[in-house]
Design a protein around this ligand. Structure first.
Ligand code: AMP
Ligand code: ZN
Length: 487
């Protein structure tokens, strides 16, 4: 039995050995997008972090039940629908579809269940009814509120001072609360808003209740892991704990995990601040795996600053990975190298990867171990330290297998190297205004000249390509071109 994974638990403020409720199984719930617009790359960072965490838990042999919701009933959605004159549920459904497209493009694995609020109103109503029955919620003019004073452990998760919180909150106009910290479980319908029947009249759920109701519906009363961005810690997750534990009398979640922000120009990227880069726009400019690689360059709990340079660096790193794979695959040629001794200790990189991931999913460390494998492969391909070809072949094959295993956890290197490198060249060409069709045409002419041993013409065509900003390298598989603008 390997040592347990250590997870930083927001609830206790420390790293703890991960012990799920049922040995070998993990029930994880991640707060998903509020679908009133396209997701931005800050959202994408959080979703990618949990994507890699789920992949790693599966790699470690856990049976993972992964749920990520869609908030499709919400004030912001209603506002957006009023602005565009669309039906709010339809507007939300449109952005659910857009999210699914973006998630596929970013190679996020599909959660086992992606529940929507609008499909779970009966669960939510039953949950609220239970809270009323237990005397921890109250009805007020068609609204229902959770009575925070009835849950003594309130603010324990976010470690806030309850008195200060109370002093800082005011009951807003239109709210029917007894206490400022009480929060809405159900809101009476206003004209033009989506509404459902309930024992308290027509209305719609408040925000927080959905995650308690839907997580329990699919994962039971106690979750192993609950995740989201740090902005959700208070009040969203705090309120989830309060209403869930007040309803069941059981611990709601064993390990709370919060992802750090993606910042743009020193501020959290957020739709309300308007400093956003949409995921789909980013993916027009950068390869999806390069974006993932950028997200993984820092620990998931640390802030991460977005810049064009950091994306360009991530893409260069991916290019180096793919270029190495192209050469290694060429060297191995798909042949079975068979068992036998290997050079050095290639397995140590895999051990390093697992140690990094076991230590609270240290993504940067995991990427570092992947880079170590690539450095070792490059050395073996370029300047093999030993002359024994079979030994080099076996070592390369083992490193290649390890790369595959690690990359499948990180969601990287899923493409064919030649195809990836071609796309990268085409993107670079577009960015420099180079006409790819023209490049291909000149390359074709140059190949024909070379075949006819007309080297003067071949050299002239190479110069012509250089003037366009393209350099050519001849490889056993034919010419490979690269964008290298004249300096
Ligand atoms: P929302 O659609 O605003 O509910 O956010 C969806 C998810 O993205 C939540 O888990 C948020 O915590 C997370 N999130 C929002 N903004 C950022 C950001 N700038 N960096 C990282 N995660 C974020
Ligand atoms: Zn939530």
């Amino acid at each position: 039995m390997p040592a347990p994974i250590q997870i930083y638990n927001t609830l206790t403020g420390q790293k703890e050995p991960f012990q799920p409720l049922v040995p070998g199984e993990v029930r994880i719930y991640v707060c998903g997008p509020t679908v009133y617009s396209y997701v931005h790359i800050g959202n994408a960072r959080t979703f990618t972090s949990f994507d890699v965490i789920v992949r790693y838990l599966r790699y470690r042999g856990y049976r993972v039940h992964y749920v990520r919701n869609f908030t499709d009933v919400d004030d912001k959605i209603i506002k957006a629908a009023q602005d565009s004159g669309e039906d709010p549920i339809q507007l939300a459904a449109r952005f659910v579809d857009a999210f699914a497209e973006d998630a596929r493009a970013l190679r996020l694995i599909e959660p086992d269940v992606s529940p929507r609020v609008s499909d779970h109103i009966p669960d939510i109503v039953a949950f609220i009814a239970k809270l009323l029955e237990r005397g921890v919620a109250y009805e007020s003019q068609g609204d229902v509120y959770f009575a925070v004073s009835k849950y003594p452990a309130y603010a324990r998760l976010s470690r806030r001072n309850l008195d200060e919180l109370r002093a800082g909150e005011r009951v807003q106009p239109g709210e029917q609360k007894r206490e400022p910290l009480d929060f809405a479980l159900w809101k009476a319908a206003k004209p033009g808003e989506p509404a459902w029947d309930s024992p308290w009249g027509r209305g719609r759920p408040g925000w927080h209740i959905e995650c308690s109701a839907m997580s329990m519906r699919y994962l039971g009363e106690t979750l192993d892991i609950h995740g989201g961005g740090m902005d959700l810690l208070f009040p969203h997750h705090e309120n989830e704990v309060a209403q869930s534990e007040a309803a069941t009398g059981k611990p709601f979640c064993r390990y709370w995990m919060h992802c750090g922000f993606l910042d743009l120009e020193g501020a959290k990227m957020s739709k309300s601040l308007g400093n956003v880069v949409r995921l789909r726009d980013a993916l027009q400019r950068v390869d999806p795996e390069a974006l993932r690689c950028f997200f993984l360059s820092t620990h998931y709990r640390s802030p991460l600053a977005f810049s064009d340079k950091s994306l360009a660096d991530a893409e260069l790193r991916m290019e180096y990975f793919y270029e190495t794979l192209r050469r290694v695959d060429e060297r191995l040629g798909g042949q079975d190298v068979g068992p036998g001794p290997v050079h050095g200790q290639p397995e140590r990189f895999l051990a390093e990867f697992e140690a990094a991931m076991d230590d609270d999913f240290n993504f940067a460390g995991a990427l570092g171990s992947l880079s170590g494998m690539f450095a070792a492969m490059n050395e073996l391909v370029e300047r093999p330290p030993v002359r024994d070809r079979a030994l080099v072949g076996r070592t390369l094959a083992q490193l290649r297998r390890q790369v595959r295993a690690v990359a499948s956890v990180l969601g990287l290197l899923e493409d064919d190297p030649a195809a990836w490198l071609l796309r990268r060249r085409e993107r670079a060409a577009r960015a420099h205004g180079i006409d790819v069709a023209r490049v291909e045409q000149l390359l074709g002419q140059r190949q024909a000249a070379r075949a006819a041993k007309d080297f003067a013409t071949a050299d002239r065509l190479r110069e012509e390509l250089r003037a366009l900003g393209v350099s050519v390298m001849d490889t056993p598989q034919g010419p490979v071109w690269k964008v290298s603008p004249p300096r």
